[in-house]
Design a binder for this molecule. Structure first.
Ligand SMILES: NC(=O)C1=CN([C@@H]2O[C@H](COP(=O)(O)OP(=O)(O)OC[C@H]3O[C@@H](n4cnc5c(N)ncnc54)[C@H](OP(=O)(O)O)[C@@H]3O)[C@@H](O)[C@H]2O)C=CC1
Ligand SMILES: N[C@@H](CC=O)C(=O)O
Length: 807
């Protein structure tokens, strides 16, 4: 025999009741079905009773709604005729008479309320019994006996067990019973309190020692986290009774915890199933549950609307009885304590309570400690609101070291401030308090870090969708599915901006239609606005990507890193800014446990900075760097010819996406100077931009005035360059713009190289870096390849993003 309990939603309409019928008829053994009232009906009855108790109020509209719900369901199920119509009418008349009585006396006792509170279950049990062929209705109220504690009556198990056993000793078939209701020894109606129908089912299951209790509801079972917040939350296949109780206590409203007790004592397994997805396995709750070794945490739950009340004072240290008085004061006003935290110094004691109880709690504590407050022994009662309690639950935590360490370091890295912590010695759960504004991020971070999530998420905030930025989005789009399938990495574009507009979307902006989304956005671009929105969205695993060439944007990196958001920069300004700023940003990233990456600052997608970091970190010392670091300049010197003059090659470099947004930055040598500066710094030399000697090959006057002036005038140099080029060609030499760093000094400038030089054959926009180090001495290390261009640069930024995601 088994017991099946169906909740309010499961019996909430004719269609749903038909689903219940299907499920019950598929059972292959004798079955007891326990039902709640039609969804929402109990609340309507309680509301009508409250209105009636005011004496003058009109409960009729609420009663009409109760009648309408039942009439509609009966009409849909039985064409509005048959015995059910009379049964329902009779019970609803009874309800109306009692409500009228309550109105007349203007008073509502707990006893009277219990008389009507279960009318919904009385009707629904008749309904379900009528619908299931061969089923009989058995009245729980005649079998479950309680004391007279109306509203939350205590069960007399001796009498109840006897009655249930007698009733079902040689029963076979299907019985349908109302949940929630019982009677006292005098035969008066009582109710079993919140979650009462679950309790009814558990009492019957335990008493008859059935082999299984099934709770059919509208969710798939216990989830790893609240699915409304964590889209990746999934059903936990198995839980122990204790784990289920803990998760329920901290907000997972799948089952009401006290109802587990009778079946727990008898070791009867409980299965949570979804009436609307009967094929899914649901959650099985038993004494010993399977727990994968690598996942000691079974689930995360949370409760919001929490206030932390802290009693503090040096006069409390070492004084016995303080805690007892504190908790007795709270108990005296029925304040439910959700979490307790006390430091071993005993200087303070904090409790998390529901925000609705704050006034009661505060005045009770003030009254209890009035003398100590006057004497200054208790310095303050601190009230902190808008908080949430989060708990991770799992019996296997006690066998696994490092859970708390991992938990709190992950929270810290993501900038979540922990306000209070509690862990019981049983190590079944670790609970902590955070600001409610940080709850979403907290749950995401924890869900991900304990591998409860199948996928790791990376939330990209991209500034700049020009040559590099837009190519990056194309590459992300192409690679998105593969990364998800093979690396379980989900990259989302959470925010994007150019100089005109910005757009944000927590679920991710479409990587194909991002331009349209940006055009349609009503938010004007503003740097501080972008950063503030990114911060206030407060998404875990966020990364800011700078694909602009703007100095102004780079001034925000410190603030961004300080908010625990990683920075990936194609923009070279920050890494080549004042040394103190550069090193400050690196330190800030380290301090916050996030990343500041700028691999593309030198050689676009080539692994120039990472290789250098590997050399230096593994103990090598850089002695000399010689390099061609400008894609633009190399392209120009490889392309210039009798037919293609200098000015034409500059335009070509711009059109092909090699040059900076302002090509004068390349032509002036500044871009190469920035690059050699960054390499020197990454080698461990604290150089400033002013230390780099720049030997220009274009006269200074071409860099004065506007960019338009530059384009107008630059062809004046064509003839002179052509003359020099011819001479060079005759000597079998080539121009290369070379950066050099040696003995702590760096310079950049034009060099004529002959055919035996390693730079001579450097084609197109290629770069070449030669590292001479203590290890690579006789034969320097060479890194060579495309050093500029949209796709290679975007690929380099992409690679930095992958580094941030740590997959
Ligand atoms: N091209 C290459 O080979 C390489 C480039 N880089 C670096 O990549 C960066 C981007 O270069 P590239 O894509 O060619 O530049 P583009 O000029 O093509 O694009 C720049 C983008 O940044 C936006 N932008 C500029 N200033 C701001 C601001 N203040 N707020 C918001 N958005 C802004 C622009 O918006 P709008 O469209 O509205 O003007 C545009 O979308 C540069 O720093 C460059 O040095 C690094 C390595 C190689
Ligand atoms: N403008 C740069 C682009 C890469 O940094 C170059 O030409 O090398």
């Amino acid at each position: 025999m088994k017991v099946l309990k169906f909740g309010g939603t499961s019996v909430g309409s004719a269609d749903n009741i038909r689903k219940v019928r299907e499920i019950v008829l598929q059972q292959k053994e004798d079955t007891i079905v326990v039902v709640s009232a039609l969804g929402g009906v109990t609340d309507l009855i309680l509301n009508a009773a409250k209105i009636a108790s005011a004496g003058s109020g009109d409960f009729q509209p609420v009663l009409e709604e109760i009648k309408r719900r039942h009439k509609q369901t009966i009409a849909d199920l039985f064409n509005g005729s048959g015995a059910m119509v009379y049964i329902a009418e009779e019970l609803l008349d009874e309800l109306e008479q009692i409500l009228t009585g309550i109105t007349l006396v203007g008073e509502l006792t707990a006893k009277t309320l219990d008389r009507i509170a279960g009318i919904g279950e009385r009707i629904s049990s008749h309904l379900v019994a009528q619908v299931i062929p061969g089923a009989v209705r058995v009245d729980s109220a005649e079998l479950i006996q309680t004391d007279s504690n109306f509203g939350k009556a205590r069960v007399n198990f001796d009498a109840t067990n006897r009655a249930l056993k007698e009733q079902f000793c040689d029963f076979s078939g299907i019985a349908v019973m109302p949940g929630f209701i019982a009677k006292n020894a005098k035969g008066e109606f009582t109710t079993l309190g919140r979650g009462g129908s679950d309790y009814t089912a558990a009492i019957i299951a335990a008493s008859l020692e059935v082999h299984s209790l099934e709770i059919w509801t509208d969710v798939d079972g216990f989830m790893t986290a609240d699915p409304r917040i964590i889209s990746k939350a999934y059903t936990i296949p198995e839980l122990t009774y204790s784990e289920a109780m803990e998760l329920s206590h901290f907000g997972a409203k799948v089952i009401y915890p006290p109802t587990i007790l009778p079946v727990y004592q008898k070791g009867i397994p409980i299965r949570i199933k979804n009436t609307f997805k009967p094929k899914s396995e649901g959650t099985l709750i038993l004494r010993t549950a399977k727990t994968p070794k690598e996942r000691p945490i079974k689930g995360i739950s949370s409760i919001s609307g929490i206030t932390l009340v802290t009693l503090q004072g040096i006069g409390m240290v070492g004084v016995t009885g303080i805690s007892m008085r504190f908790f007795t004061a709270l108990a005296s006003v029925n304040v439910n304590v959700i979490l307790i935290s006390q430091a071993s110094s005993e200087n303070s004691i904090s409790v998390a309570i529901g925000e609705q109880s704050v006034e009661l709690a505060e005045s009770a504590i003030r009254e209890e400690f009035a003398k100590e407050i006057d004497a200054g022994l208790v310095s303050k009662i601190d009230i902190e609101s808008d908080l949430s309690v989060v708990a991770i639950v799992g019996e296997n935590m006690k066998q696994t070291t490092g859970i708390a360490g991992k938990l709190f370091s992950t929270m810290g890295k993501n900038g979540v401030n922990i306000i209070a912590i509690a862990q019981g010695a049983s190590e079944l759960n670790i609970s902590w308090v955070v600001k409610t504004s940080e709850l979403r991020k907290t749950l995401n971070v924890v869900h991900e870090s304990f591998f409860l999530s199948e996928n790791v998420e990376l939330n990209v905030f991209l500034m700049g969708i020009g040559t590099v930025g837009s190519n990056l989005l194309q590459q992300l789009q192409k690679q998105q599915q593969k990364l998800l399938d093979e690396k379980h990495l989900k990259i989302k574009l959470a925010g994007v901006a150019n100089t005109k507009k910005m757009a944000f979307k927590r679920e991710g902006i479409n990587l194909v239609s991002f331009r349209e989304e940006l055009d349609q956005s009503e938010i004007k671009s503003s740097l501080s606005g972008f950063i503030n929105e990114m911060k206030s969205m407060n998404i875990y695993n966020s990364v800011f990507v700078d694909c602009t060439a703007s100095e102004q944007v780079s001034t925000f990196y410190n603030e961004i890193l300080g908010s625990n958001v990683s920075v990936v920069a194609a923009n070279k300004v920050a890494a080549s800014s004042a040394y103190d700023n550069y090193i400050g940003l690196k330190n800030m990233a380290k301090q916050k446990g996030v990343k500041f990456l700028f691999e593309t600052n030198v050689g676009a997608g080539l692994p120039i900075i990472n290789t250098l970091n590997d050399l230096v970190n593994s103990g090598d010392k850089v002695l000399k760097i010689e390099a061609v670091l400008s894609g633009t300049l190399n392209f120009i010197f490889n392309t210039i010819s009798q037919e293609t003059p200098l000015s034409e090659t500059i335009k070509m470099a711009k059109d092909q996406g090699f040059s900076e947004p302002d090509p004068r930055v390349d032509l002036s040598g500044v871009d190469v100077a920035r690059k050699i500066l960054i390499l020197a710094r990454e080698s461990g030399y604290p150089l400033e931009m002013e230390d780099i000697v720049i030997n220009r090959f274009i006269p200074n006057e071409f860099f004065e005035g506007s960019l338009d002036d530059f384009w107008k005038n630059i062809s004046q140099l064509d003839a002179g360059f052509e003359e020099k080029r011819k001479t060079l060609e005759a000597e079998d030499k080539k121009w290369r713009f070379v950066a050099r760093f040696e003995n702590g000094k760096a310079n950049v400038g034009l060099q004529e190289v002959s055919s035996h030089h390693p730079f001579y054959d450097l084609e197109g926009s290629n770069n070449l870096v030669m590292y001479t180090t203590e290890r690579y001495h006789e034969s320097p290390m060479l890194i060579k390849g495309y050093g500029a261009g949209a796709s290679v640069t975007a690929a380099g930024v992409f690679a930095d993003l992958i580094r941030v995601s740590n997959i």
